[in-house]
Design a protein around this ligand. Structure first.
Ligand code: NAP
Length: 502
């Protein structure tokens, strides 16, 4: 189907599906999504794959973040690829280095690493119907039939706009750019932020530093993390009986759906249970009532991305820890000045202030049909059709794109299903000799309008908070329905939602 007003394809081009050749596919990013894409595309018979990775290693967020205490609050036996279950996870909730090692081993074992061009950032993508011209930072240009942006969601650190930040004379760095050359023992350390990242850092280093000052703008609800080390015996059993790995994978998946997913989309019982669990966690672990009051949020638990951490409350209750709730006025050469006039003298200042959630593939410049620039098109409120496609950008697919189901879910399972969806599209192109596939503007608008309605009922909107989920549209950039619905949709593509260009 061709929508009126859209150009037809130049007859001089050699579209892959007509020429009977493999599509040349560029995958941008060698993180979790990029790895899943290569493995699944290869398996489906699409083997002409080139991965462009801006750094020298695979792993994405797990390579980028190296802060102390880095761990994953999604259970290890589920936070893994469905095609590469692992018997010997050391812990129920993996630490960052174990996940990074896993990513590297999967990339090696499944033939991903050999497809990666390392240290090769992509700076420009230009649609020249029916191909994409890709330009890397060193000026090299190549053309591809299909682009898959596997660039992740939270990869651009957000630096706070605080007066005087550049004048600080101690060490200052963002949590995602941890400076391991800075010794912390005995130092006066300040940290701005109380999200998942800050909670893990505070939990990990407070007993090692001289003084810890946590600058809290908004309190966070925190649920306990039932961490445990797996015994060698248990992991041997897992290895001996692989069905147990699969059983565990599905067990944790179902648990997460029944609890956190249900709560986010409005299950009142689960929301109440979450609130009760977080409140009890606070009461059980923060004995000082004044400190407890400062740590108590005034919004519904799960409105912000729930923090799972059992180490933060004991750490902030220590004698060398201080929770600062007065607003930050400015940073001075020797510390942070707050609204009550106090100068909090520091040697090290950590910015655990999160990420720019509207980036996705940006800042890579992406120009689609009619010279439309993706950044301008999105205007700070990125939207996509089913989180994977953007009208006017044919043969361009996003993994973990805007409005995907990212709230408290394993992103690995989401990426895997999205790759399956893209494979269905490629199969359809091959079968019908198509030149390009692009989301219909009308289907995209209908889908997003329905989302805008449904999102109003979610805890992200009704819970009385702001969070990084919110974009410039004032609504959370999230999938508002039960996540299994999304996963099912990924396996039942409705081709009428696309321009199938002959
Ligand atoms: P975040 O959740 O966005 O938290 C940023 C923190 O910095 C918030 O407490 C925020 O306060 C504060 N902040 C930002 N700008 C500030 C300013 N100018 N002045 C004072 N405070 C400021 O970032 P994050 O902790 O890095 O986590 C981001 C996401 O990464 C998480 O939500 C989660 O999805 C993911 N993550 C996951 C794990 C895991 O275990 N799976 C671990 C870490 C991170 P406000 O609340 O007032 O805005």
């Amino acid at each position: 189907m061709t929508e009126p007003g859209h150009p037809t394809v130049s007859t001089t081009a050699q579209p892959w599906a007509r020429a009977g050749r493999q599509p040349r596919i560029a995958i941008i990013g060698a993180g979790m999504s990029g790895i899943a894409a290569v493995v699944k595309l290869n398996k489906a018979g699409y083997t002409d794959l080139t991965v462009f990775e801006k750094t020298d290693r695979v792993g994405g967020t797990w390579r980028e973040n190296t802060y102390p205490g880095l761990s994953c609050d999604v259970p290890s036996r589920w936070y893994c690829f469905s095609f590469a279950l692992k018997a010997d996870w050391p812990h129920r909730f993996s630490y960052g280095p174990d996940i990074q090692a896993y990513m590297e081993s999967v990339a090696r074992d499944f033939g991903v690493t050999e497809k990666v061009k390392f240290n090769t950032p992509v700076v420009d993508l230009l649609y020249e119907q029916p191909v994409w011209r890709l330009t890397t930072a060193d000026g090299v240009q190549e053309t591809f039939d299909v682009i898959i942006a596997a660039t992740g969601v939270l990869h651009q650190p957000a630096y706070p706009d605080i007066e005087g930040l550049d004048n600080f004379e101690g060490a200052c760095f963002h949590s995602a750019r941890w400076d391991h050359s800075v010794a912390l023992a005995g130092k006066r350390v300040g940290i701005i932020g109380t999200g998942s990242t800050a909670a893990q850092i505070v939990g990990a280093i407070t007993d090692k530093v001289g003084e810890m000052r946590v600058f809290q703008r908004t309190p966070q609800w925190m649920a306990p993390l039932p961490q445990k080390k797996y015994s060698t015996w248990w992991n041997r059993m897992m290895a001996r009986f692989p069905f147990m790995q699969r059983l565990s994978y599905h067990y944790y998946f179902q648990q997460m759906l029944r609890t956190f997913s249900a709560a986010t989309v409005g299950n009142k019982f689960m929301l109440a249970l979450m609130s009760k669990t977080c409140r009890k966690n606070l009461e059980d672990n923060v004995p000082d009532p004044a400190l407890r009051a400062k740590l108590t949020p005034d919004y519904q638990a799960m409105c912000k991305r729930l923090v799972f951490c059992s180490d933060f409350y004991p750490a902030i209750s220590r004698a060398n820890a201080h929770l600062i709730t007065e607003g930050i006025v400015r940073v001075e050469p020797d510390g942070v000045r707050t609204a009550d006039g106090v100068l909090h003298k520091l040697d090290v200042l950590v910015l655990a202030t999160g990420f720019n959630p509207a980036a996705f593939i940006l800042p890579t410049r992406v120009t689609g049909e009619h010279g439309v620039d993706l950044e301008q098109h999105w205007g700070g409120a990125p939207r996509a059709h089913r989180a994977v496609a953007v009208p006017g950008f044919p043969n361009f697919w996003l993994l973990e794109g805007p409005t995907g189901p990212v709230g408290n879910l394993s992103l690995i399972i989401v990426s895997e299903h999205q790759v399956d969806y893209i494979i269905s599209m490629l199969d359809r192109m091959k079968q019908d000799g198509l030149v390009a596939v692009a989301a219909n503007e009308s289907a995209h608008n209908d889908y997003n309008a329905a989302m805008n309605e449904a999102i109003k009922k979610t805890v992200w909107m009704t819970g009385g908070c702001t969070s990084w989920y919110m974009d410039k549209s004032g609504a959370p950039n999230l999938y508002p329905w039960f996540p299994t619905r999304y996963l099912r949709e990924m396996h039942n593509p409705d081709y009428s939602e696309y321009r199938l260009i002959k």
